[in-house]
Design a protein around this ligand. Structure first.
Ligand SMILES: *[C@@H]1O[C@H](CO)[C@@H](O)[C@H](O)[C@H]1NC(C)=O
Ligand SMILES: *[C@@H]1O[C@H](CO)[C@@H](O)[C@H](O)[C@H]1NC(C)=O
Ligand SMILES: *[C@@H]1O[C@H](CO)[C@@H](O)[C@H](O)[C@H]1NC(C)=O
Ligand SMILES: *[C@@H]1O[C@H](CO)[C@@H](O)[C@H](O)[C@H]1NC(C)=O
Ligand SMILES: *[C@@H]1O[C@H](CO)[C@@H](O)[C@H](O)[C@H]1NC(C)=O
Ligand SMILES: *[C@@H]1O[C@H](CO)[C@@H](O)[C@H](O)[C@H]1NC(C)=O
Length: 352
């Protein structure tokens, strides 16, 4: 009897472990979007595994779709469709009620009908000052590898998109600082990047990656910092997926960068007139899984060689996260997450 029980349990485990894979080729074969059915509702498919018995919907619209079930032999029945939608489903941006955001919360994703919206990420945007305050997204483990090329940023409710251009930044610096030598150049290497809040690389499906190229998901970030310590933090977060199926991430900015003007007066830096498109002094990222919780904080100022006093209580960083302690790389800190959130980000405590 014990033997039979053991066998049954072993079979059951194999059964549970068996998954159907949505491969790169499956994604490339169609312009449909994939969602999984969870009970009676749909969720965007973010990983590329569907467990045995799980149901996958390949949709063009709420009325045009194919439902496939993952069978124990690791095959979808019916097979995933290779036909295309006549109109490719596009991610849209819509205003949504969310009391975590004191400004306008925009969600980005696929609207199937009034009830069903498959969210890729959401961004809290302050229309008055034209700044992305924070974004929220989920990361899921996947092994899709297709490289994805974005066709560029879309603007939605952002009217100051041109203020991110190098020529405009040079003019603006001269205007607000007088004689200055922070920048004299409107050619590469650029002083600032349009830094993503929700990173493009956090998604496996190309269409989700493309949906991150929106000005509501962008902040002015020193390009040196974006390419060095900030990139390492983003990369390290993705590595966490080796131990976690799913992470919830909030990314945003705090404070306003000040640089000295020609009279050595500290001056708030904003890239557009009337203090719009302000440059953040601090950029943070909060990461939560069901077993761990992290906060990272980066000083967005390449011109201040002094290690700043951080807004948070710094703790020792994970050993695999290698951060360069310099202004050019962006002084960065790992923070006591509870204190940091209760002090500055209490509105995000329910999510991140
Ligand atoms: C469907 O669209 C994809 C691009 O999304 C294309 O590569 C593929 O060839 C198309 N398939 C058919 C059958 O038209
Ligand atoms: C993804 O993982 C599956 C097994 O879990 C493997 O069969 C497949 O080859 C992997 N794909 C890539 C592109 O590595
Ligand atoms: C822009 O914002 C307004 C509300 O402020 C909203 O009604 C409208 O849908 C937004 N447009 C887009 C493209 O999100
Ligand atoms: C900036 O330029 C001025 C000349 O316009 C020069 O006197 C000053 O030393 C420069 N400052 C720095 C930090 O390079
Ligand atoms: C919580 O995390 C552990 C380890 O990462 C995982 O095995 C488990 O399935 C997770 N539980 C839930 C409810 O997500
Ligand atoms: C500079 O920004 C701070 C917020 O960080 C604000 O309190 C202050 O009023 C601003 N100063 C000016 C002159 O706009």
């Amino acid at each position: 009897m014990i033997g039979i029980h053991f066998l049954l349990v072993a079979l059951l485990l194999v059964e549970i472990k068996a998954n159907c894979l949505v491969r790169d080729a499956d994604v490339l074969a169609t312009n449909r979007i994939f969602a999984k059915r969870v009970g009676s509702h749909l969720e965007l498919l973010r990983n590329n595994l569907v467990p045995t018995g799980g149901r996958l919907r390949s949709f063009c619209s709420s009325s045009d779709f194919v439902d496939s079930t993952c069978r124990a032999n690791r095959r979808f029945v019916p097979a995933l469709p290779t036909s295309n939608c006549t109109r490719k489903p596009e991610a849209i941006v819509e205003l949504v009620d969310d009391d975590k955001c004191p400004f306008s919360m925009f969600r980005v994703g696929y609207k199937l009908n009034v009830q069903q919206f498959l969210e890729v990420y959401r961004s809290c945007y302050d229309i008055a000052t034209q700044r992305s305050v924070f974004s929220i997204h989920e990361l899921h483990r996947h092994n899709l590898t297709t490289k994805c090329i974005s066709s560029g940023f879309t603007t939605e409710n952002v009217t100051i998109s041109r203020s991110f251009q190098a020529k405009s930044i040079l003019n603006r610096f001269n205007e607000i600082l007088g004689k200055q030598n922070y920048t004299s150049n409107d050619r590469p290497p650029y002083l600032f990047n349009r830094g993503h809040l929700t990173p493009a690389a956090d998604f496996g499906f190309c269409e989700h990656t493309k949906a991150t190229y929106k000005y509501i998901n962008v902040m002015a970030q020193f390009s040196n910092i974006n390419n060095r310590n900030w990139k390492r933090i983003e990369h390290w977060v993705r590595q966490l997926l080796a131990h976690n199926e799913k992470l919830t991430v909030c990314t945003g900015g705090l404070g306003i960068l000040q640089l000295e003007n020609e009279f050595h007066m500290p001056t708030n830096i904003s890239l557009a007139s009337h203090n719009r498109n302000p440059v953040y002094k601090w950029i943070y990222k909060l990461v939560k899984s069901n077993t761990s919780h992290y906060a990272f904080l980066t000083y967005n100022n390449i011109f201040d060689g002094q290690r700043p006093v951080p807004l948070c209580n710094p703790i020792i960083c994970p050993t695999e996260l290698k951060l360069t302690p310099s202004a050019l790389a962006g002084f960065s800190f790992c923070c006591d997450v509870d204190y940091f959130m209760s002090r500055y980000l209490s509105h995000l405590q329910s999510v991140c």
